[in-house]
Structures are given as structure tokens and as C-alpha cells.
Ligand binder design. Structure first.
Ligand code: SAM
Ligand code: SF4
Length: 331
């Protein structure tokens, strides 16, 4: 698609044909199947200060936690029992014990025939290679925005080029690599968004995630409005049309803005859900933005409820590992 076509689709008064095309494109590749990834959010400690995020180092109001290795493995086990074909390890970005993370990856791979995705932020090449050697299959590192000025403003001390260099490094090392953006960030224009979609689609990514911005009260972006749900859905649909074979999640940020957010994301062309399987005693404290991880019910019940929602909406929750059909191992 050309930039002017993307802008037209973002601005059109009626997006029904866009959503229909995206839905058909998704079904051509994935049918009604929805891949399930259970996310273990194991630490809220973070050295960075991304303006949008509730885990930012400067947020002294947050009561932080770090799960033990045993607690992480128990959460992964619970995810597998509940039918997840992938376990995602996510955390704030801290000075991690690299070997401990490697050991956790190995233990999860020994539990069952599942994929392991890492979402642990910026680290050096040797670390990424080590985790790959330990058995990690995928890495998710979102660009957030490709606009250099906005990127520097939203992620103080970080540059767009450096983030991009890392995403490319992950691809080159042989991870199934995911990236993505936050739509509706303060100061983000539709022109920037259109450029972001073109750049993401140029990278032959295995996974592409778009979540709408949700303001967190304990961040500098507290006074700004949330990203628009409609815009996030149009962006999802455009990404599907531009990347027919990529894995695209119906993100939890959609659910934070709308009780049927995930279903709407699937109808707009997404094919993946990523529920939190973080244990109840800390789940609500992984507070990236309001509305994330509010529930205090046990993980099994939470997942059963999501699976029921998927079935009610006409989808088939799948326990497959769900590698993207676009993935080609390069290393
Ligand atoms: N620390 C790692 C990193 O930044 O890559 C992984 C964890 S981070 C919490 C996961 C994602 O949360 C980020 O990539 C960002 O897109 C998203 N996020 C954080 N704050 C958000 C907000 N207020 N609204 C929407 N998405 C947000
Ligand atoms: Fe830390 Fe990631 Fe949040 Fe940035 S987005 S503050 S790196 S947890």
C-alpha cells in the first residue's frame, strides 16, 4: 500500500470494507484459529524511564516485585496446562541475571513442546545469542514509534536508530522477531502512523503488535487522552492487509479501552491473544497502564473466560506453537 492509501483508510468516514478485507485476509492464512500465548510478567524493576509506562524507574508509587525461578516455572506450567502453545517471559528492563534467564528458558522448554518468547527489552548481542542458544524461539521488541523526534521524547536517552539496530540484530541472529508500535501516543500524527506502518511492513517481521496508548496516572503523560480504539483497529486491519502471514495479536491494551477489545481486534484481522498468566498475588502490580491485569481471579479461570469469549465470537482457541508462516530461520 502507498502512504496516501493508508492515510485515506485512517481518515475514511466508514471503515467497514477495510475490516472485511482484513478479516478475509486473516482467514485465508489462519482460518478461525487463534494462537494463545501465556505471558509471565516476572519483574517490574526497570532502569528506563519511558514516558508512557507505569513501570518507569521514576515511578516511586509502584510497589515492585520480582518472581523467583520456581514461581516463574510454576506460572509457565499453569499456562501450558491451560492450553497455551507459547510461554512469553516479560519484564521491566533491569540488569538481569543472564544465566538465570537462560536456565528458566531451558526449564520451560523441558516442560513441554512449547515456544518461548522473550520480551525483556534492550540487551547486547552476546546476551541475545546466549538466550537463543538456551532455546528461546522468539523475541518481541517494539519500536513504539519510528519517528526520531517522538521516539526520543517518549523514551528519554534512547534513539529510534538504536532500537531499530537491535530489532534487526534479533532478526539476523535467527529469532522469530516481533516488533510494533503504540498508536495514539501524544504528539503522534496520522502521517507518522502511516510512515510507521510502511516501515513495520518493510521489515518482514514474524509478529507485529499495535496497542493503543493508555495514560497511566503516575507518569508524565497522565494528562493526555488515550489513543482512539477505532484508530487502533484500523491500524490492526491495515497491518493485516499489508502483512498477510504475520502473527498479529489482539493486544491487552485493546481490552483496557473496551470490554470487547480483543474480539474487535480479531475481527479487524488479528490472530493471536496474549493473556497474562502472572500469579494472582502480584498480577495487579504489573501495572503498565490502568485496566491491565486488574482481575484477581486465578489464572485458570481467567484463561477459561477468555477462551469462552473467543468461542462465543466464532474463533477456535489453538494450543499450537503458532510460528508465523512468514518465518524463515536466517542463522
Ligand atoms: N521492558 C520491555 C520493553 O520495553 O521492551 C518489555 C516490557 S514493556 C512493559 C512492554 C510494552 O508495553 C512496551 O513495548 C510498550 O509498547 C507497552 N506499553 C507500556 N506502557 C504503555 C501504555 N501506557 N500504553 C500502551 N502501551 C504501553
Ligand atoms: Fe521499562 Fe519497558 Fe516500561 Fe520502558 S516500556 S519503562 S523499558 S518496562
Amino acid at each position: 500500500m502507498q502512504k496516501n492509501e493508508i492515510l485515506d483508510a485512517l481518515r475514511a468516514s466508514d471503515a467497514s470494507s477495510l475490516f472485511e478485507t482484513a478479516y478475509r485476509t486473516r482467514n485465508d492464512t489462519f482460518g478461525q484459529e487463534v494462537f494463545q500465548r501465556g505471558v509471565v510478567e516476572f519483574s517490574t524493576h526497570c532502569r528506563k524511564n519511558c514516558q508512557y509506562c507505569g513501570l518507569r524507574a521514576a515511578n516511586v508509587a509502584l510497589k515492585r516485585f520480582r518472581l523467583s525461578t520456581e514461581e516463574i516455572i510454576a506460572a509457565a506450567h499453569c499456562a501450558i496446562e491451560a492450553g497455551m502453545g507459547t510461554v512469553v517471559l516479560q519484564s521491566g528492563e533491569e540488569q538481569l541475571d543472564i544465566r538465570r534467564v537462560g536456565g528458566i528458558i531451558e526449564k520451560i522448554k523441558n516442560l513441554s513442546d512449547v515456544s518461548v518468547t522473550l520480551s525483556l527489552g534492550d540487551h547486547d548481542e552476546d546476551t541475545y545469542r546466549y538466550w537463543l542458544d538456551c532455546g528461546a524461539d522468539r523475541y518481541l521488541l517494539k519500536m513504539e514509534t519510528f519517528d526520531e523526534t517522538l521516539h526520543a521524547r517518549m523514551r528519554p536517552g534512547q534513539t529510534m536508530k538504536e532500537r531499530l539496530r537491535r530489532v534487526n540484530m534479533l532478526c539476523r541472529l535467527g529469532f522469530e522477531t516481533g516488533s510494533g508500535i503504540i498508536s495514539g501516543l501524544p504528539y503522534m500524527t496520522q502521517e507518522m502512523l502511516a510512515d510507521d506502518l510502511l516501515k513495520l511492513s518493510d521489515m518482514s517481521l514474524d509478529m507485529i503488535a499495535v496497542g493503543p496508548f493508555v495514560p497511566h496516572p503516575d507518569t508524565p503523560l497522565a494528562p493526555y487522552s488515550a489513543g482512539s480504539m477505532e484508530e487502533a483497529l484500523r491500524v490492526t486491519a491495515l497491518l493485516r492487509i499489508m502483512n498477510p502471514k504475520a502473527n498479529i495479536p489482539a493486544t491487552s491494551a485493546l481490552d483496557a479501552l473496551d470490554v470487547n477489545g480483543r474480539e474487535k481486534g480479531l475481527h479487524a484481522g488479528a490472530n493471536v491473544v496474549m493473556p497474562s498468566v502472572t500469579p494472582e498475588f502480584v498480577r495487579a502490580r504489573y501495572n503498565i497502564y490502568p485496566g491491565k491485569n486488574n482481575a484477581s481471579e486465578p489464572v485458570q479461570e481467567l484463561i477459561e473466560r477468555l477462551q469462552q469469549r473467543l468461542c462465543n465470537a466464532g474463533y477456535k482457541p489453538s494450543s499450537a506453537r503458532g510460528a508465523s508462516p512468514a518465518y524463515r530461520k536466517t542463522a
